[in-house]
Design a protein around this ligand. Structure first.
Ligand code: 0PR
Length: 366
């Protein structure tokens, strides 16, 4: 930091230059984040000075968090679910598994059993909590093989997880079967719907994946992905709100005396923005957005197959993966661990963007 500051114009212009080096959203075809809804941006600014870590100072913002959690609970078929807003799916998954561990203090060598699709946040979680991570291979359609999962669970298993909207292929595990396994072994059942939570409820014939499934204990659900909120808004929802108490630490000098969250200081800005988007769009608005993303996903699949690529699975969400070639230069597309070309058709990936991309694919092959 210099001794003497710069003018506002100078600072803004310097930073605008660096921001201009970022890739443009209309060429990013593999991100699970998107351009936030304008109402989220406006509300983010309105709440920029708020800290949910000391709720007594911000009773209004705390009510907004409660409203957001209630809306998310409703979306997951349990309006009375407990929850709090996290810094994204990683924190939600970590906290869910921390709870599972606290609930089984008698297990000396704990393990968790997760699908091969599990996001790398589970690796971090196991490292931090000293857990063995047992990875269940894929069954059909890149979903977890639940028969194998049942064989891998034992008396030291503290939790099993299912993914509803896998990061690489957008698939949905058989959550009722995973919850049954958890029930039979008396362990915790966590559903990672960080991405799918804002997609699956708005599909035409959604499978059961949330608290409507008996035995699901917790859900990760990220407004900062398909919820069009500002980064880093995530959430962890619990069927039994009282269970959060097992994470409590004493916070004697704050306005509340106990805290179960991972972060101390927590933003209210993204949280209020997330609630604003849900209130503004309603289910109808989200249905329209998801329908648009699905239509664009189908167009991409048809266009890619016309160019000789092959879909790896039939997309059921707005994620598509292909074998048979690479992407043309200038586009950001990622690869799955198995080497498939992977697309996430977020709202910023419009029909025009897809047509432009497909034209480049055709030109590359000509
Ligand atoms: N669970 C699932 C199913 C996820 O897909 C992700 C992230 C997480 C948990 C972790 O969420 P946070 O990143 O919020 O902690 N999935 C994306 C991924 O790893 C995140 C992402 C988004 C990565 C945009 C890159 C990017 O440009 O691909």
């Amino acid at each position: 930091m210099e001794d003497k500051g710069c003018s506002r114009e100078e600072v803004l212009s310097f930073l605008a230059g660096l921001r201009a080096e970022d890739l443009h959203h209309d060429h990013i075809l593999s991100s699970m984040c998107t351009i936030p809804h304008p109402i989220a941006v406006a509300v983010h600014e309105m709440f920029s000075a708020t800290n949910l870590g000391d709720p007594g100072l911000y009773p209004g913002t705390t009510k907004v968090e409660d409203l957001l959690i209630h809306s998310l609970g409703e979306l997951m078929h349990l309006p009375d679910a407990g929850g709090y807003s996290t810094s994204g799916g990683t924190e939600s998954n970590l906290q869910a598994i921390r709870i599972a561990k606290k609930l089984k203090p008698e297990v000396k060598n704990p393990n968790i059993v997760v699908p091969a699709s599990a996001h790398f946040s589970f690796d971090k979680t196991c490292d931090m909590l000293g857990l063995e991570m047992r990875i269940v291979p894929y069954g059909k359609n890149y979903t977890v093989d639940t028969e194998k999962m049942a064989e891998m669970v034992d008396k030291n298993t503290i939790a099993v997880a299912a993914v509803a909207g896998t990061t690489e292929y957008g698939m949905i595990d058989d959550v009722p079967a995973v919850a049954r396994i958890a029930g039979e072994h008396d362990c915790f059942c966590h559903v990672d719907a960080a991405f799918g939570g804002f997609v699956i409820p708005f599909l035409e014939n959604p499978p059961l994946f949330d608290f409507a499934v008996p035995g699901v204990d917790s859900i990760s659900l990220d407004p900062h992905k398909m919820g069009l909120a500002t980064i880093p808004c995530g959430s962890l929802l619990l069927r039994d709100p009282g269970v959060f108490g097992c994470l409590n630490v004493d916070t004697p000098y704050l306005t509340v005396k106990k805290q179960c969250t991972l972060a101390g200081t927590r933003p209210g800005a993204d949280v209020a923005g997330a609630y604003a988007v849900m209130k503004h769009l309603g289910r109808e608005g989200f249905r329209a957005i998801v329908a648009g993303c699905m239509e664009n996903t189908r167009r991409l699949v048809d266009g890619m197959e016309a160019c000789g690529y092959h879909r790896v699975v039939d997309p059921i969400m707005n994620v598509a993966a292909f074998s048979g070639g690479d992407a043309p230069a200038g586009w950001t597309v990622s690869h799955t661990r198995a080497g498939h070309l992977r697309f996430v058709i977020m709202p910023h990936v419009t029909r025009d963007v897809i047509e432009c991309f497909l034209a480049d694919v055709a030109a590359m092959q000509a």
